[in-house]
Design a protein around this ligand. Structure first.
Ligand SMILES: [Mg+2]
Length: 229
């Protein structure tokens, strides 16, 4: 089954266009280097990575400091600062690059991304993809209250593109927050459920999606597939 080419395509960033776990690993390495320089501790990144691989979320640095008996010596806020301010070593996924290159210049493209604004901006810089998008909405720049699923970032993006919701396609990965509002607004929704994605284990909510794919090569946009544009 193919999808008609919409008048605009909107993308999520994390785990849609690159792997979020690569960002996490890159951040752990940066914090590890800082720990080695500042405290002479060389095992920190490895311990963080092991905790993350075991499913630890939200307090990896606290747990790693405790595991290495460093909780008294190292302020966790410093580690979070180093992590957020590091220049990420991340890559656009090959299938994402192929789709963006196919669509760029043929249909307006936009990005709607959550997360600390300066962190998301550094990711965009590292990926070098900002020039491919007509509109980039970093929800955090509207205010913390306007992260997804708040409708404002979606409505602001649609307005900037000059399109109606039902004319657009939204491609994202996280059932917790990505699809509720776009579905309500009437945007066509594609869930990319990458096997390595952090939210791949979550089932899609009752709001549903129009299509679920395991990578963006599987997304068959009709006029593109037919070579009509
Ligand atoms: Mg995402």
């Amino acid at each position: 089954m193919t999808l008609p080419l919409p008048r605009a395509v909107l993308f999520d960033l994390d785990d849609t266009l690159y792997l979020e776990r690569d960002y996490v690993a890159s951040g752990f390495r940066a914090v590890g280097r800082w720990m080695a320089e500042r405290y002479g501790v060389t095992a920190f990144a490895r311990v963080c990575q092991e905790l993350f691989a075991a499913g630890r979320r939200g307090d990896v640095f606290d747990a790693a400091l405790a595991a290495l008996d460093l909780a008294e010596r190292v302020p966790v806020v410093e580690l979070i600062r180093v992590y957020r301010e590091h220049h990420p070593d991340i890559r656009l996924l090959p299938d994402a690059e192929r789709l963006l290159r196919r669509l760029h210049g043929r249909v307006p493209l936009a990005l709607v991304t959550d997360g600390t604004a300066r962190v998301q901006r550094r990711k965009l810089l590292a990926l070098g993809i900002a020039p491919l998008f007509d509109v980039i909405t970093v929800t955090d720049e509207l205010g913390r209250a306007f992260w997804k699923p708040h409708p404002r970032p979606f409505l602001a993006t649609l307005e900037a593109l000059g399109v109606e919701p039902h004319e657009t396609l939204w491609i994202a990965d996280n059932p917790k927050k990505d699809f509720l509002t776009p579905r309500r607004l009437g945007m066509a929704c594609v869930r990319v459920r990458r096997p390595d994605g952090i939210y791949a284990h979550l089932e899609t909510g009752p709001e549903g999606v129009d299509r679920e794919v395991s990578d963006l090569d599987s997304l068959d946009l009709l006029p593109l597939a037919a070579g009509a544009v």
